[in-house]
Design a protein around this ligand. Structure first.
Ligand code: ARG
Length: 271
């Protein structure tokens, strides 16, 4: 009896020690928040040709990156008590920049997909949108369904979910992958491509600024993955993610995110 009690006691002590050991090693490993706070700077990777989320505009005569994602990043900087530095690059480099440690996080209208979740941690969603097809207004009657794009040239931005959406849903079309959104729009306007796949707020902005372009209203695309935007960070960034989610919740609950998007949209179509 005594031996049995002793054995149970020893086992309890052992498992408690193991738990403590686990706890301390995992907090030691997750220095995602501390690292940024020690540096005093949060480096954010983005591709600023994605109005209303991130785009360049002249502010007091100076080329400045603005948009809803920029506002969101600034709020995160405030919560963390650090400065925010924006690092511009093409979209297909945005996630890699987080992976290599050059940037702390990526905020770039990034859709959460299962594939991306295998490699990165994502914050809670902060915005939802659908995908649409942008076409020349003069051809609006031609496109009545996704099958109207057979043998047509479709442009999509490199590294985006629109690559897969165009390939899978606009059957029989030829998909051209370009690095810059501005280039896709120019190719569409000049007739080199017939359509561009984009998320709705972005397409709406281009249609508003280019009277020769419009959204194909009868064409509905399904979203293969979640059509929600979230912030990407390296795997295991638990402490950082917690802080970021706190900011997202606050801004979503107060309607601020929608306000940022609306304000940035108006600013972008004025330029
Ligand atoms: N939401 C799409 C994706 O995650 C497109 C994002 C493009 N963003 C940008 N800043 N160009 O693949």
């Amino acid at each position: 009896m005594k031996w049995k009690q002793l054995l149970v006691g020893v086992m309890m002590i052992l498992s408690a020690t193991a738990l403590v050991a686990c706890g301390s090693s995992s907090t030691k490993k997750d220095n995602s928040l501390k690292k940024i706070q020690d540096k005093g700077t949060l480096t954010v990777a983005l591709n600023p040709e994605f109005a209303p989320f991130e785009f360049k505009t002249l502010v007091n005569g100076k080329d400045t990156i603005v948009g809803a994602d920029v506002e969101l990043a600034k709020e995160i900087g405030k919560e963390l008590g650090v400065k925010v530095k924006f690092s511009s690059m093409s979209f297909d480099n945005v996630l890699a920049s987080v992976q290599s440690g050059k940037s702390d996080i990526a905020i770039s209208g990034i859709s959460v997909t299962k594939e991306r979740q295998k490699v990165y941690d994502f914050s809670d969603d902060y915005y939802e949108s659908v995908n649409v097809v942008l076409i020349r207004k003069s051809e609006a009657d031609k496109y009545t369904s996704t099958s109207s794009f057979k043998n047509k040239q479709i442009a999509v931005q490199k590294g985006t979910i629109q690559e897969t959406i165009a390939k899978n849903q606009l059957k029989g079309s030829k998909v051209l992958t370009l690095t810059q959104n501005g280039e896709m729009i120019n190719e569409l306007k000049s007739g080199k491509v017939d359509a561009v796949v984009l998320e709705e707020p972005i397409a709406k902005g281009y249609a508003e600024k280019n009277s020769d372009l419009t959204i194909a209203k009868k064409v509905t695309l399904k979203s293969s993955d979640a059509d929600a935007y979230a912030i990407a960070m390296t795997k295991g960034s638990t402490s950082l993610k917690k802080k970021i989610n706190k900011v997202i919740k606050k801004l979503k609950d107060s309607g601020k995110i929608d306000e940022y998007v609306q304000r940035a949209y108006e600013q972008s179509i004025k330029d």
